[in-house]
Design a protein around this ligand. Structure first.
Ligand SMILES: [Zn+2]
Ligand SMILES: [Zn+2]
Length: 362
């Protein structure tokens, strides 16, 4: 059996014919295995969905109870047989509930890793289970930050910059743009790890997801809605919002806000400047160049399939290491870390957004 006979690219995305399922399909299918709840990977309308309990809950939060015909929760490490294939889910370290999916058939193991990050110090993300290395024959990797220029560094140093600025400007508000699913909760957790105990304010669009994280035992301290808080109350505080809100009339309710943006893209200073970000924070939920190359090597896979991102550089790097590699052109995966314009559509609950937009613009 060749790897291509186990997993093949179809118009709906990666398809396992012998197991009769798709992984993170971009169109409605009968049976979908979902790596994580970001909207480009987890879409509504499939017949049956298999995913971790957290991913299913987050899909329910976003799409409502009718997000799929049927849903089945899978535990990390639990082995399922789906027709002619065996399947296991393993932590991807990306967001709460995120998984790599290992597919075994005909004596071969292929790991579709979805989005992932493999931190050298897993304590720098207390919001999800750390990445687990799964040895395999074929490794399917993302390539969001697959250029040597992307080295994320220590996120705690970035939070240090934020807290330093808060201390320097006690009369101003600090407004941190962060993707609503995963990044926002991680930024809050990092702020708490650094010893900051004051209430943190939240844009309405991230309230329900953040409450869900708290319900799963992730300690985020006291959180308050921005909505209803007066300008004076917001002086000296930290508030989190979806990246697009940074460029929005919504920011006018804050006293002289310092705008920050937490994203792996903030490594590119020109990008931060162009987006009008005063305080770029290099904090990413994707592996950086060192993380990608270290993971690819450590899986022991001789065949690497590279999806969404900077495929060329990683494919080239694999070649220099004697690994077979090719880009997988899956249409429909985005980049939730992207930027101020495109980043919200995937995570903000429409109700939360509307609720907040309806608030006063003082
Ligand atoms: Zn993702
Ligand atoms: Zn992705």
């Amino acid at each position: 059996m060749r790897p291509e006979d186990i997993l093949a690219l179809t118009p709906a995305g990666l398809c396992c014919k012998c197991g009769d399922f798709h992984i993170d399909p971009t169109r409605p299918v009968e049976r979908a295995l979902i790596t994580h709840a970001h909207a480009d990977h987890a879409r509504a309308g499939h017949g049956a969905v298999l995913a971790t309990a957290e991913t299913l809950d987050l899909m329910r939060l976003r799409y409502g109870d009718t997000f799929a015909g049927a849903a089945q929760a899978v535990r990390y490490g639990e082995r399922l047989t789906l027709d002619g294939a065996a399947v296991t889910f393993h932590p991807a370290g990306h967001v709460l509930g995120s998984a790599q999916i290992a597919v075994e058939a005909g004596g071969l193991r292929i790991v579709a890793s979805g989005d992932y990050k493999n931190l050298t110090d897993p304590a720098s993300d207390p919001t999800c289970a750390p990445f687990e290395l799964v040895p395999c024959d074929v490794f399917i990797t993302e390539a969001t930050f697959a250029l040597p220029v992307f080295r994320h560094g220590d996120p705690r140093a970035e939070i240090g910059k934020l807290l330093h600025s808060v201390a320097l400007f006690p009369e101003r508000a600090h407004l941190v743009g962060a993707y609503s699913l995963g990044k926002a909760q991680r930024v809050i957790a990092l702020i708490r790890q650094a010893g900051y105990e004051a209430p943190i304010y939240l844009h309405g669009a991230m309230a329900s997801i953040t409450r869900y994280y708290q319900s799963r035992g992730i300690a985020l301290g006291e959180l308050r809605p921005v909505r209803g808080a007066g300008k004076a109350e917001l002086a000296g505080t930290i508030a989190l919002c979806p990246p697009s809100a940074l460029a929005d009339i919504w920011t006018r309710r804050f006293p002289d806000p310092v705008t920050a943006f937490a994203s792996g893209w903030m490594r590119v200073r020109a990008r931060a400047r162009q987006q009008g970000v005063m305080l770029p924070l290099v904090i990413s939920d994707h592996a950086d160049w060192d993380g990608l190359t270290a993971t690819v090597a450590a899986t022991g896979a001789g065949d690497i399939w590279v999806t969404h991102g900077q495929e060329d550089a990683l494919v080239y790097w694999c070649g220099t290491r004697g690994l077979k590699a090719r880009p997988l052109d899956i249409v429909g995966y985005g980049d939730e870390d992207e930027g101020l314009d495109s980043a919200t559509q995937a995570s903000s609950s429409p109700q939360g957004q509307a609720e907040d937009d309806a608030g006063e613009e003082s």
